[in-house]
Design a protein around this ligand. Structure first.
Ligand code: SF4
Ligand code: SF4
Length: 408
């Protein structure tokens, strides 16, 4: 079996020339920029522009990395464009704040259409048959995904695979959390987006990552490398190993391997460039337990609501902007103002309604929402197993009764 090649390239700062040299070295290791873009082809660059944030906050792909990738493709003759759809802010505002607008105008790279949605059929999805995608992503002949390494409340880590969620335009993204409330299904949907759009190359900005309360309100943490691969699962698995998180605990890795998008197994990955041991950071703040959720009705739902990691609001930090209420995708809102209208105190949660998508935590502009993991949440995997066991037992019992009754 051919191993998936992952290039690890040391890069100590966001100095434009240093990043450019590192990106060029990475391309040399994986076959050159011309292997991913031919003259005249329309190539979309997809940075992580989660929100309108200063580049130094480590929320978004740094503009120096974005610029270095543009420069790397300059000699291929490809027609570059770029785009992403932030979770909350207007794109026109975000491209300026994130530093892409200045770079793109200087290097003559237009913004692609991420406002128009095109419903697209997936021929063989893991989870979602019809996916609403940005026209700008579909119009491209090829996509180069430029993600940011960050801790994430729902999927533990956000990187190469999750980056393409931004190809679902605007607030439509939130709705898909209710379509796929279980983290396994949600991860399968993320993989479906990747197998449909088929980015040609994945690049990760891990020069300064985000630890802790990611993906929007965590703390910058220097790792000092760029990661490049055609296999997003292998890339994310390598990022996991760097931050000392078991790749097996990341549901997008499991779904990605199931869909044959790539591999997370170390024995199937060849690392070229610098040694992974130079970057491993065991102090990186990330949840190092499997992402498991058990949902059902009645008592199972009540228990799960109590045991699942839950978003909580630090009242002293909350500015009562209402963004969490607005973004919550659940009908009737799982986080809302007291009595539905009282904006004098911070919003409150109804955990039994909450599907734990963490969109509220992701979009809070003040970092006032953190994720609290109840001590007994370690019991959830066992409950999941018991839930499956109970389901199978019920099915066997039903079939046995039907057999005894002489029915098929
Ligand atoms: S988004 Fe954050 S700051 Fe705004 S109301 Fe919600 S918790 Fe408070
Ligand atoms: S309250 Fe927060 S975590 Fe719960 S469903 Fe709403 S947005 Fe998602």
């Amino acid at each position: 079996m051919t191993k998936s090649k992952v290039a690890l390239i040391k890069c100590a700062s966001y100095n434009a020339e240093e990043v450019h040299a590192a990106i060029m070295r990475g391309f040399d290791l994986i076959g050159g920029a011309a292997a991913f873009a031919k003259a005249g082809e329309k190539i979309l660059l997809k940075p992580n522009m989660l929100s309108s944030a200063d580049p130094e906050a480590a929320v978004t792909t740094h503009p120096s990395v974005f610029e270095a990738v543009i420069r790397a493709f300059a000699d291929t003759g490809a027609k570059l464009s770029y785009g992403d759809s932030p979770a909350f802010h207007k794109t026109s505002q975000a491209v300026k704040k994130c530093g892409y607008d200045e770079v793109a105008k200087r290097l003559n790279v237009p913004l692609a259409d991420f406002e128009t949605t095109v419903k697209t059929e997936h021929p063989s999805p893991l989870f979602l048959k019809t996916i609403p995608l940005a026209k700008g992503a579909l119009d491209a002949d090829g996509i180069v995904s430029i993600s940011k390494l960050k801790a994430h409340g729902l999927t533990r880590l956000t990187g190469a695979i999750k980056n393409q969620y931004g190809c679902i335009p605007g607030l439509t993204k939130g709705k898909y959390h209710t379509v796929a409330p279980m983290v396994g299904d949600f991860s399968a949907m993320l993989v479906d987006i990747n197998t449909l759009l088929k980015p040609r190359l994945y690049i990760m900005d891990a020069i300064v990552a985000m630890e802790g309360n990611g993906p929007n309100s965590g703390d910058p943490k220097k790792i000092g490398c760029l990661i490049m691969s055609t296999d997003p699962v292998a890339l994310d698995a390598t990022a996991c190993r760097i931050v000392d998180c078991n790749p097996h605990f990341i549901p997008t890795n499991l779904a990605g391997e199931k869909a044959k998008l790539g591999t997370w197994h170390a024995e199937n990955i060849e690392i070229v460039g610098d040694k992974i041991s130079d970057f491993i950071d065991r102090s990186f703040k990330i949840v190092r337990s499997p992402a498991v959720m058990v949902y059902g009705g009645g008592i199972a739902k009540k228990i799960t609501a109590q045991l699942s990691p839950k978003p909580v609001i630090k009242s002293e930090t909350c500015i009562k902007c209402g963004r969490c209420v607005e973004i919550c995708p659940v009908d009737g809102k799982a986080v809302n103002w007291k009595g539905g209208t009282d904006r004098k105190s911070p919003p409150v949660y109804e955990y039994e309604k909450c599907i734990r998508c963490y969109c509220c935590q992701e979009t809070c502009p003040e970092g006032a929402i953190t994720i609290y993991t109840p001590p007994l949440s370690a019991l959830l995997p066992a409950l999941a197993f018991l839930g499956i066991f109970a389901g199978v037992a019920k099915m066997i019992a039903k079939r046995t009764i039907r057999f005894i009754q002489g029915k098929k």
